[in-house]
Structures are given as C-alpha cells and as structure tokens.
Design a protein around this ligand. Structure first.
Ligand code: IMP
Ligand code: MG
Length: 181
C-alpha cells in the first residue's frame, strides 16, 4: 500500500486496508448466508462504485444466490434535495424476489431513498441493504442499512470502487482525503 496517493491535486492517505476489507466482507457474507438460507436472494449491485464489493461479497456467500446490476444516472433535479437519481436497467427480474441492494457507500442517503422507492414499485418481496461504508452523520434520509461494512465519519474517501471524477476505483485499499495542516 502506498503512503499517499494523489488525484486532481488532492492528497489521500491510507484509511482501510484491503486485508481489513476482505475480513469484513467475509463476516457480512457469513451473516447474509445465514439470513437468506433457502431463499435464493437476488443481489442488486449498484453500478459503478459497488462492483468490487459486490463481486467479493457475492462470491463469499455459500447459499444459492443470483446477481443483477443497475445503474444510477444523476441529473440536476428541481427539488430542494439536490441531485436526484434515475434508475437505468431495472427490469422484471425483481418481482417477488428477496432483494439485497449492494452499495459502496451511503452518504446523505438520497440515492438509496430513491432507489428503494423504485425497487418497491418493481414488486420485490422484501428488500435489505448491504453497504460497505456508511456515514451516519451525513445522513439526511431515514435509511437503515441492514449490513454495514464500516461506519465512518463524514470524510471523503476513494478506492475499492469509490472514485474521484471516475478515477481511483482500482485502488485495492481505501484512502481518505488528507486534512490540510
Ligand atoms: P448519497 O446519495 O449522498 O448517499 O451518496 C451516494 C453516492 O455519492 C455514492 O454512491 C457515491 O457514488 C458518492 N459518494 C458519497 N460519499 C463518497 C465518498 O466519500 N467518496 C466517493 N464517493 C462518494
Ligand atoms: Mg455509488
């Protein structure tokens, strides 16, 4: 792991190592395997950021499970909530299914709030949320993730799927923006 990485002229330092991530993913997978034994859950990976987490989590569960992908497209909405997200590619496949939404991070919760509404409309039997990272102090919507990898303070992080302007998703460890001193 590097001591420091730089993107867009900003410096980031190590925050969560890949070893810690994989240990935690294994724990979440064990819990999900217990909770969904015999239920054939549908993992719904929220692209793009959640793909490394979803890939590791999905392969670590040892029950029958399926995976599908949705993509959120952000656009500037007119509402006071700021950025609104559109869901692309959510088909018939969720009807009657036990859905596990797999996200990289929940920050304000606006994204998840909109997504949950759409999944409910799609007729899922039940919905749970698995997120690698959760910033409870940034939350602006009543979202309660069921499986949380790490609770973190309101800081900007990158790596393991999380990006800065599309970059840094391929870092294996998670890095945090350095506070300027
Ligand atoms: P929310 O709608 O505010 O919960 O934000 C969700 C989305 O914002 C996430 O899916 C990420 O794409 C992005 N995001 C939030 N916090 C971070 C961060 O610390 N680093 C990189 N992306 C983030
Ligand atoms: Mg995301």
């Amino acid at each position: 792991m590097k001591n420091e990485v730089e993107y867009n002229g900003l410096k980031f330092e190590p925050y969560i190592t890949k070893e810690k991530i994989s240990a935690r993913v294994a724990e979440l997978a064990e819990q999900i395997s217990k909770d969904y034994d015999g239920k054939d859950p549908l993992f719904l990976c929220v692209l793009t950021g959640a793909f490394p987490f979803a890939s590791d989590l999905f392969r670590a569960v040892d029950i029958d499970a399926e995976i599908s992908f949705i993509r959120l497209q952000s656009y500037q909405g007119m509402s006071s909530t700021g950025v609104v997200k559109q869901v692309l590619g959510l088909g018939e496949e969720i009807k009657g299914r036990h859905v596990v939404v797999v996200e990289d991070i929940i920050d304000t919760g606006h994204t998840m709030h909109n997504l949950l509404a759409t999944i409910k409309e799609g007729g899922a039997a039940d919905i749970k949320i698995a997120t690698l990272l959760f910033k409870p102090t940034a939350l602006r919507r009543p979202i309660k993730p069921d499986y949380v990898g790490f609770e973190i303070p309101t800081k900007f992080i990158i790596g393991y799927g999380l990006d800065i302007d599309g970059k840094a998703r391929n870092l294996q460890d998670i890095y945090v923006l350095k506070e300027e001193v």
